[in-house]
Design a protein. Structure first.
Length: 179
């Protein structure tokens, strides 16, 4: 199975209900700090109006990410809605730069009567993830001096208030004179 569907297999009157599971390797999300750890479950409906095809459905999977504070790996469930419109690729359209609008995110183009949901599924999984993922909201991160994970252990380093960068010590003296 795959995320590809032939245009002719999508009835115009009823559409095509999809309920399938694909291997996590299908999308290629496999980086050290962000990787799929569960297969991808796709459910939804492909409907067709002439040569325009619309998909509305849900994507479920699991993602392993690296916490941006403590650098530990953690798993998070992913459940996102997906709504996409597929239009035939214009044959005479030269590749040109154009300004994207918010509505362009939901538009995909297809060639040779083949609808491929892989790219919209890939995009939606990654676009819903935070820029700086956290293993938990109260993650303490790493000690800036010794590097210990403060979620697991405490360190004996000086607190930030008592530690002053030697290059800025002269400003601390100035601050004392101003008071």
């Amino acid at each position: 199975m795959s995320f590809k569907f032939d245009l002719e297999t999508i009835p115009e009157d009823t559409g095509l209900f999809i309920e399938q599971t694909e291997k996590r390797e299908t999308l290629g999300i496999d980086q050290p700090g962000c990787a799929l750890v569960e297969d991808i479950e796709l459910t939804g409906n492909l409907s067709r109006l002439g040569r325009d095809v619309f998909f509305k459905g849900q994507v479920k999977t699991g993602l392993r990410q690296e916490c941006s504070r403590c650098l530990e790996l953690f798993d998070t469930p992913v459940e996102v809605s997906l709504s996409t419109c597929f239009l035939p690729q214009p044959e005479d359209a030269p590749p040109e730069e154009k300004e994207l609008h918010a509505s362009d995110i939901e538009v995909e183009y297809y060639r040779e009567n083949t609808i491929d949901l892989a790219q919209p599924v890939f995009d939606q999984i990654l676009l819903t993830q935070p820029l700086n993922p956290l293993c938990r909201p109260d993650c303490k991160g790493l000690c800036a001096q010794c590097g210990v994970n403060l979620n697991l252990d405490s360190c004996q380093c000086e607190s930030d208030e008592s530690r002053i960068d030697p290059r800025l010590a002269v400003l601390e003296k100035l601050k004392g004179k101003i008071k």
